[in-house]
Design a protein around this ligand. Structure first.
Ligand SMILES: Nc1nc2c(ncn2[C@@H]2O[C@H](COP(=O)(O)OP(=O)(O)OP(=O)(O)O)[C@@H](O)[C@H]2O)c(=O)[nH]1
Ligand SMILES: [Mg+2]
Length: 150
């Protein structure tokens, strides 16, 4: 499986998604630090929300094959500047979380992730399991193309 780093503001659902991807029981756990040894690299939301700490995300992205940019479907605003994915030299996918929520606006979250530069976007719910299989399938495929000739 390709190694994915999850990035998104606090409460966007990174840790809950990590638990859902692992098939664990969902329980609240505040992320305090980056554990980059795991196949899913969960990060504290404060790192994406604080300019100084954001540099650590850039550094740890080198440990991952894929960066997952999370956006809750209940989000009232977008944290991500337009075309921010261009600053990563890894594949960046969008993940819309909390699609089950009664106030979910999936289309709006998708627009913001597209504006950020995400071409591949997974709408998911860690609560209902919606979209988790597709995300796991995506991570299990190695899309890196080996050149036929150098
Ligand atoms: N309705 C709904 N709520 C969710 C879902 N996923 C997470 N939540 C809730 O959102 C809240 C925050 O979830 P976390 O997974 O802890 O968020 P986080 O992004 O890891 O937050 P930090 O560790 O602070 O960066 C918790 O109360 C979760 O129960 C979901 O799929 N649906
Ligand atoms: Mg967390």
């Amino acid at each position: 499986m390709r190694k994915m780093m999850l990035v998104g503001r606090s409460e966007s659902g990174k840790t809950t998604l990590t638990q859902a991807l692992r098939g664990e029981n969902l329980h609240y756990h505040k992320t305090q630090y980056i554990n980059y040894h795991d196949v899913i690299i969960d990060t504290p939301g404060e790192y994406a929300q604080t300019k100084g700490l954001g540099r650590a995300l850039a550094l740890y992205s080198y440990e991952a094959d894929v960066i997952g940019l999370l956006m809750s479907a209940t989000e009232p605003y977008s944290l991500y500047p337009p075309c921010v994915t261009a600053s990563a030299n890894r594949e960046v996918i969008g993940i819309i979380t909390k699609c089950d929520h009664e106030n979910a606006n999936i289309a709006q979250a998708e627009n913001w992730l597209r504006l950020a530069g995400c071409e591949t976007i997974f709408p998911i719910s860690s609560y209902t399991g919606e979209g988790i299989d597709k995300l796991l399938e995506y991570l299990s495929h190695d899309t890196q193309k080996i050149p036929e000739r150098i």
